[in-house]
Design a protein. Sequence first.
Length: 407
Amino acid sequence: MSLKAAEIRASQPRKNAYKMADERGLFLLIQPSGARLWRLKYRFRGYEKKLNLGKYPEIGLAEARERRDEARRLIASGIDPAVARKQAELEAAMSQATTFRVVADEYIEKMACEGKAASTLVKMRWFRDVLEPDIGHRPIAEIIPHEMLDALRRVERRGHRETAHRLRAFADRVFRYAIVTLRATSSPADILRGALTAPKVTHRAAVLEPRKVGALLRAIDGYDGRPETRIALQLAPHLFVRPGELRKAEWSEFDLDEAVWRIPAEKMKMAQPHMVPLSRQSLALVLQLRAIANHGTFLFPAFHTNKRCMCDGTLNQALRRLGYANDEMTAHGFRAIASTFLNESGLWNPDAIERALAHRDRNAVRAAYHRGTHWAERVQMAQWWSDHLDELRAGGEVIVANFQRAR
């Protein structure tokens, strides 16, 4: 005999719990507290079991019967509904705990353990934080391409096209990490390749005409700000390292007797240690810094403390002070000057120039082969380049003939 809705509404708690039976194993358990709980009694592989189907009145009689019928279909298929429910609850709990933020944090920690440069890790954490409001809280396996696209378009609409592209690439790496760690099956960021507006290609400003380079060098010599800033600007064209690598230079990395600066991997963009030969002019400038009696860790300390290096924008601000606009010359532009002049001289092996610029070869085998080569040529090239800079500074005639490469 089946239950009636009116009978359920009229039911009252008693001193002891009691049951009101429906059909096919479904019953309502009335507790002394007044709670009314739907239960299903069934047999699975010879054992009698009970399944909780919910609480009345949140689950009405009709819905309780639907849940009973679904459970009995599972039983008929050889699946224990109690086990199936527990697995579903565990999967849901794991999905909720495995958010994009959690996986991104794991991925960044993995990159740190693999020796990625500190600057790279900082950028990754910034990308993670930008995506946090949109998808950070979402289970990574549930994020769909439309969600990902909406998060990227928010950045793109603000005019930050390049940032949007970098965010997509970072998100794709996180999703791929989730896939190989069995927490996702696809990368919605990968599907979005080509969906964003291509950023405008902008080249870092640099003075590339020989006479203007000479004028720039003379202007730097006349810089009347902090001596450390002036010497940093003077060293920049000779060493042509990245501005961040120059700012963070430490005394412990310099071997003045061997005339070499050894930059550790964690400071390099490509996460590979880099050696910079020091010309006579570069050594002289480093010794000038020594004479300033800077006893801190960094060659170029911050203004108020020697426990930190100078700020990121210091060199560019100094160039602005010298009258060079942002679209005319930047601190990074010294690399473009060196690369252009060294390649156009025809004197040096292009691989030696690339190694001097600390560029990574896209071919892994070739990169491994060339890692330890060209040092002698680079030492010779560093001195030639410093001498050439002196000639440009003095306003001398610029050599543009195509010489035979140095051996």
